[in-house]
Design a protein around this ligand. Structure first.
Ligand code: NAP
Length: 270
């Protein structure tokens, strides 16, 4: 078996995905490579055609193309259809099958931290692609999800996707929450904006988990403040790794030993 895979986006050079996927391919003794391919806005349809013609057997999609990839895919999995965005594409007999692994990756990542959560109430900050994936995955797993967003109408649109998701103000979101998720780029390396005031964290219960989907830097100002307050914290690395394992399984069209692949990835990022 041979696999020619890549990540498309713009920018993409900073991505860890090649290291993660190439380590898994080596561990599985599968010939091939996972590379990065800068695809600018306006070039996506041409890339899809090249992939259909056999340039790749699968690819991941990152900013700014997740929504456009949804529109271009020849077929969609339920996960992609519900989220309205595609981050993983398999080529099957010349057709592009769009999928989304972000939500499942996030659920996998928080599992060890939330097994004892009594009240499954979560606050998600953001209403973009990542927030949609995370909020829907949590809602499907039985959580009550409160979405807070800079543009309230985007939070409202997200709340319409499931009965147990609602759009609220930050002040109303945190009481009794077992989980707080930053699904915005605030605090991300290279992003100018960061949280101006982190005092809102004091409204969370002491047992809450604070997650940042950002993984560069490994500890954002949000996570540092949460840790200093004694809260449990998790950055975006575990989600990135879990979704990468799920993406490779989708590319290969077969289940993988998830725990074994996570052990391989742990060696890559430590
Ligand atoms: P996106 O679709 O562009 O959505 C960004 C969201 O953040 C929107 O809701 C936007 O609000 C909000 N936002 C942006 N700048 C803001 C600011 N200055 N103040 C307040 N809110 C702001 O982005 P995305 O794809 O969802 O990605 C969000 C973050 O998740 C990024 O940091 C990305 O790297 C990370 N991520 C991590 C993983 C992982 O595996 N760890 C996977 C996917 C994404 P508006 O609606 O008002 O525009």
């Amino acid at each position: 078996m041979s696999a020619r895979l890549c990540l498309i986006g713009d920018p993409v050079t900073h991505s860890l995905s090649p290291q993660l996927h190439n380590a898994m391919l080596r561990a599985l003794e599968i010939e091939g490579a996972y590379e990065v391919c800068r695809v600018r806005e306006g070039e996506l349809a041409v890339f899809f055609d090249a992939a259909r013609a056999g340039a790749y057997c699968g690819f991941n999609v990152t900013m700014p193309h997740k929504k456009a990839a949804f529109d271009l895919a020849d077929a969609l999995t339920d996960a992609a259809r519900r989220v309205g965005a595609v981050n993983t594409v398999r080529i099957e007999k010349g057709r592009t099958i769009g999928h989304n692994t972000d939500g499942a990756g996030f659920l996998h990542a928080i599992k060890p931290h939330t097994v004892n959560a009594k009240d499954k109430i979560a606050a998600v900050l953001g209403a973009g692609g990542a927030a949609r994936s995370v909020a829907l995955a949590l809602a499907d797993a039985g959580w009550q999800v409160r979405v807070v967003n800079r543009t309230p109408s985007h939070a409202q649109a997200l709340a319409e996707l499931a009965p147990n998701i609602c759009a609220v103000e930050l002040a109303e979101a945190l009481c009794d929450c077992a989980l707080f998720v930053n699904a915005t780029p605030l605090g991300m390396e290279g992003e100018k904006a960061d949280f101006e005031d982190l005092a809102f964290l004091r409204a969370l219960p002491k047992s809450a988990l604070v997650c940042d989907l950002v993984y560069r830097p490994a500890e954002t100002a949000l996570l540092r403040a949460a840790r200093e307050q004694g809260l449990d914290t998790m950055n975006g690395f575990p989600m990135l790794c879990h979704q990468a394992v799920d993406a490779l399984a989708f590319f290969l069209g077969k289940p993988l030993d998830h725990d074994r692949m996570m052990a391989v990835l742990k060696d890559v990022i430590t």
